[in-house]
Write a protein that binds this ligand. Structure first.
Ligand SMILES: Nc1nc2c(ncn2[C@@H]2O[C@H](COP(=O)(O)OP(=O)(O)OP(=O)(O)O)[C@@H](O)[C@H]2O)c(=O)[nH]1
Length: 294
């Protein structure tokens, strides 16, 4: 008996910090989506293609839906909604260690309008004991009539395979969508920019994540080394000083950290040159936004 091939798009949604990016990484088994301990850092729609003998799940990474305060915020929300309307299966992520709240209810309401199959994913199960998890599964089940409720831990890998099985089961019968060897269709430059941005964000405790943007200006191979020239954009002169640090110590740290990640991504030695520039109020300026890829 032959089983029909299934293929389609899936994505994870949920309030900021719900664990969407980490989950995507755990599923793909490789660092593609960018995680950070700060909320709302996922910006670009990054597809990860998950191959199985009889199925192909194309994961689309969306930024968190949030109250738009700037033009950038509005664009992000538009991006989220347009992504949601294109996918076949949506995993609503709700952390096991935080009570179901208004944010979850808001997103659940938005999802009800869509054609996609919606399942709930209770994330970060490693952070709670069994009794707490059981209670959370009940609370999540009461939120809506989900197609399934799957508890997972991206950190330990627990139930990750099960989640993929469940999501794949909801995909439509379809021919393969992408070639076998494809993991992501995101241009390398954007992944690299995101790695630099992630490193830049790590040390800046008091700044909003949206105040930093990174653009790879030039990238070429020279012998065995890939040379990359990237601009780190901040909004204000004072932020520039913070990113650079005393005697450029922070900038060096950002460079070292992201260079190692980029070398791992490309599998080559990398020379990375970072320039910090002030793009005043860039979050509110449509022209700047377009230049930075939004
Ligand atoms: N212990 C534990 N921590 C997790 C797990 N998954 C994610 N985290 C942590 O939770 C935080 C948020 O994870 P992200 O994957 O960046 O969350 P996100 O939903 O993509 O966040 P936004 O980009 O803000 O929407 C990070 O500090 C992760 O390390 C998990 O399974 N276990």
């Amino acid at each position: 008996m032959s089983t029909a091939y299934r293929a389609g798009f899936g994505c994870f949604v949920g309030r900021p910090n719900a664990g969407k990016s980490t989950l995507t990484n755990a599923i793909v088994g490789q660092k593609i989506a960018i995680t950070s301990s700060k909320p709302q850092t996922t910006r670009h729609v990054i597809r990860a293609v998950l191959h199985r003998p009889d199925s192909q799940l194309v994961l689309v990474d969306t930024p968190g839906l949030h109250r738009p305060r700037t033009l950038l915020g509005e664009r992000l929300n538009d991006l989220v909604r347009s992504t949601w309307s294109e996918v076949d299966v949506i995993g609503l992520c709700i952390p096991a260690n935080e009570e179901v709240g208004r944010g979850d209810r808001f997103i659940t309401g938005e999802l009800a309008e869509l054609k996609a199959t919606v399942l709930a994913v209770v994330t970060k199960t490693d952070l709670v004991d069994k009794a707490t998890l059981a209670k959370q599964l009940v609370a999540v089940g009461e939120l809506a009539d989900f197609a399934a409720v799957v508890p997972v831990s991206a950190t330990t890998g627990d139930q990750i395979d099960t989640l993929v099985d469940v999501m794949t089961g909801f995909l439509p019968k379809s021919p393969q969508l992408y070639p076998d060897d494809m993991i992501t269709d995101e241009p390398e430059a954007i992944l690299i920019a995101e790695l630099v941005r992630e490193a830049a964000l790590e040390g800046v405790r008091d700044e909003l994540p949206h105040s930093i943007a990174v653009v790879v200006e030039e990238m070429f191979d020279e012998g065995s080394v890939t040379k990359i020239y990237a601009d780190v954009y901040v909004e204000r002169q004072s932020q520039k000083a913070i990113v650079i640090g005393a005697q450029a110590s922070r900038l060096k740290e950002i460079g070292t950290r992201s260079r190692l990640e980029i070398e791992a991504l490309l599998g080559r030695r990398v020379y990375l040159d970072l320039h910090v520039r002030v793009a005043k109020e860039w979050q509110r300026d449509p022209k700047q936004l377009r230049k930075l890829g939004f």
